[in-house]
Design a protein around this ligand. Structure first.
Ligand SMILES: O=C(O)c1cc(=O)[nH]c(=O)n1[C@@H]1O[C@H](COP(=O)(O)O)[C@@H](O)[C@H]1O
Length: 231
């Protein structure tokens, strides 16, 4: 069976609601992402519960701090048995290298480490409030080059940058893309969006999808429809 390419962002504020969604799933349908909200509310025990249920878990805490702090945080995250963790690429090469080494020295060295480039909620205007005279694509390429130098497993970016990235990086360098919206779905706060099938056609490895699935009337039906559209 094909590995699931959809990572469902479990951004629930109620653990029982999250678990009732998960009870209708199995690990062949999707991977699961635990982000800042659920981790802050329910902690490592919730992450371990999902790992014990057999899911590949992406622990999305987007660490960004001095190298020593990020390294220790990444080691602690890896030791929860998660499939993937992330840091901000703008923390720089020494921070990313320290994180990579810390995971390698952990009890779960296979945990993948990726770096966030430019958040998918940022458009050109918002990015230029932070940094002058650069397009999202140029900034993603720049931060991706740092990530690649630090020999991480891949990046978080929008699917809109995937074609440009694939000119430089082979398919085993992971492109993980939030901001995925089925045709006609509400973009919410996401700015650089794309449909699931276009994202896969553009060379993305994994699609992160939250609200279009979790807030649908029938989340499982939406997930299965997305899987069918990219199979
Ligand atoms: O690292 C992430 O997962 C992330 C990076 C990024 O640039 N944009 C982004 O939306 N995310 C996360 O991806 C998920 C997207 O959720 P929806 O917008 O509801 O599909 C959220 O959990 C975000 O925290």
């Amino acid at each position: 069976m094909q590995e699931p390419r959809v990572i469902v962002a479990l951004d629930y504020d109620d653990q029982a609601q999250a678990l009732s969604f998960i009870d209708q799933l199995d690990p062949s349908l999707c991977k699961l992402k635990v982000g800042k909200e659920m981790f802050t509310l329910f902690g490592p025990e919730f992450v371990k519960l999902l790992v014990d249920k057999g899911y590949d878990v992406f622990l999305d805490l987007k660490f960004h701090d001095i190298p020593n702090t990020v390294a220790k945080a990444c080691k602690a995250a890896a030791e929860l048995g998660v499939w993937m963790v992330n840091v901000h690429a703008s923390g720089g090469i020494p921070m990313m290298m320290a994180a990579k080494q810390a995971i390698a020295s952990s009890r779960h060295p296979s945990t993948k480490l990726i770096a966030v480039t430019v958040l998918t909620s940022m458009d050109q205007a918002q990015l230029n409030e932070v940094i002058d005279d650069v397009t999202p694509k140029e900034q993603v390429l720049r931060l991706c080059a740092l990530t690649s130098k630090a020999e991480l497993d891949g990046i978080v970016c929008s699917a809109q940058e995937a074609v440009a990235l694939r000119e430089h990086y082979s398919d085993d360098f992971l492109l993980v893309t939030p901001g995925i919206r089925p045709q006609g779905a509400d973009a919410g706060d996401q700015k650089r969006v794309m449909t699931p099938s276009d994202a896969i056609d553009h060379g993305v490895n994994y699609l992160v999808m939250g609200r279009p699935i979790t807030q649908a009337q029938d989340p499982i039906a939406v997930l299965k429809a997305v899987n069918a559209s990219i199979s």
